[in-house]
Structures are given as C-alpha cells and as structure tokens.
Design a protein around this ligand. Sequence first.
Ligand code: NAP
Length: 231
Amino acid sequence: MTDGRAVEDLVVGVLGGTGPQGRGLAVRLAAAGQRVLLGSRDAERAEEVATEVAARAAAVAGAGEVSVRGGSNVDVAGAADLVVIAVPYAGHADTLAELATPLAGKVVVDCVVPMGWDELGAYVLDVVEGSVCQQAAVLLPDSHVVGAFHHLSAVTLEDLSQPTLEGDVMVVGDVREATDLVQALAGRLPGMRGVYAGRLRNARQVEALTINLVSVNRRYKAHAGVRITDV
Ligand SMILES: NC(=O)c1ccc[n+]([C@@H]2O[C@H](COP(=O)([O-])OP(=O)(O)OC[C@H]3O[C@@H](n4cnc5c(N)ncnc54)[C@H](OP(=O)(O)O)[C@@H]3O)[C@@H](O)[C@H]2O)c1
C-alpha cells in the first residue's frame, strides 16, 4: 500500500485539483510539507493551477519546501502514492472508470458529495451502489477506497488568512491500514484530526451529512464543519 512509508513521505495526487475543494486541500497539504500533484482533464490547466497553489502555499508562515506540480488526471493517478478524488459527482463514475489500472494497490480518498439543488435547497442524490465511496470501490476493485474530507468547506481551506482550521475529518473505510493513513493525512491539516467513523457501507451518512452542513451555511452565512466530542 505505501511500502511502510510514513504519510509525510507520500506524494498526494488530487484529481479535479483545479476546483476549489481540490485546490484547498492541495494548498493546505503543500504548506504542511506534503508533496502534491494536481490533476485535471487538461494537463496545461493543471500546471497553471499548480503554480498558483505552490506560490500561495510557500507564502504561508512557517511553510518549508513546497512541491506542487500539475498533470493530467491519468498521469497524476499513476504517479501519486495516494490519490484524492475531488471531481463533481456528475463526473465521478466516468473519471474513475478510466483509472482502475493506475490506481491499483493505492489508497484512494473520496470526498465527493452526491448533492442536488432545487427550489427547497440542497438534497442528497440516490447512488445505486449505496454511496459515492461504494461506487468508487466498485470501479476500483484493486484500490483501497476511503471516504474523508466531505465536511471541510473549500472556502475555509482556501482562506489562508485563517492559519488554523477547526473541526474533525470523519474517515470511513474497510481496511484499517488505509483508514489509519488517511486519518494521519487529515492530521497534517493545521488544527484538524482524522476520526475513524465506520466501514465503507457507512459512507452514505457521512456524504449526506454534508448536505445538512450546506443548509447550515446558507441559513447562518457560515462555513460549518463537524467536531466529534469525547474522542
Ligand atoms: N466545494 C466544497 O466546499 C466541497 C466540500 C466538500 C466536498 N466537496 C466535493 O468535492 C468535489 C469537488 O468540489 P469542487 O467544488 O471543487 O467542484 P468543481 O469545481 O465543480 O470541480 C472540480 C474540478 O473537477 C473537474 N471536473 C468538472 N466537471 C468534471 C467532469 N464532468 N468530469 C471530470 N472532472 C470534472 C474540473 O477540473 P478540470 O476541468 O480541470 O478537469 C473542476 O475544476 C465535489 O464532488 C464536491 O461534492 C466540495
């Protein structure tokens, strides 16, 4: 899975890394010293965004050596040690269907929320496999799929005027070594903790809870997250 390497020694790929969520995770991880590869459907766009993200990460107080590079989603999937999926739900299945081979044997972290909007606000879309994470597991049978980072607002991640984040990252998955690794990765974000929250079959609730947070954010003009008490 990682050949015994510690999380800080891994290269983290972010597919859909040109969007707010991918950029936000990338800039925070890069500022913490993680080597990051940003993926896009367009390698040139990925390189442009990677350059911007690297400059922003390097400007964070206390940031050491920063490494952010861009590439096509498929190249990043092949080159990274651990890969975060940050594409919209509408493109999730098609994106992953092409990547089973480059992602084989790797930990794949899925933060995709199946969210729809109508006149009543945000709502959860039904996913045939049970959840987006379970869809990923079906499409990537040789990867270790872990759900995490659903409850982190991209606005907060990208707002580097807030040096410390506040909240917990609920981590779901079926392989202990993989969930431990992703908990450790979450802990690289300043102020955050990764908290194990069940098997992959419990990803549905974690994904859906994001919709409640979106509703909180709309009512209270906030960027709410979650905090797990007593652990
Ligand atoms: N935004 C948040 O606060 C937040 C919070 C928690 C979770 N999430 C989840 O994180 C994921 C990314 O969120 P986001 O707001 O960054 O989304 P986004 O901006 O809509 O999309 C992210 C990137 O995905 C690529 N993309 C767009 N459509 C695609 C398609 N049909 N197939 C493949 N790639 C496509 C685009 O990159 P290229 O054009 O460069 O390929 C885009 O920059 C979503 O699934 C969302 O549910 C978001």
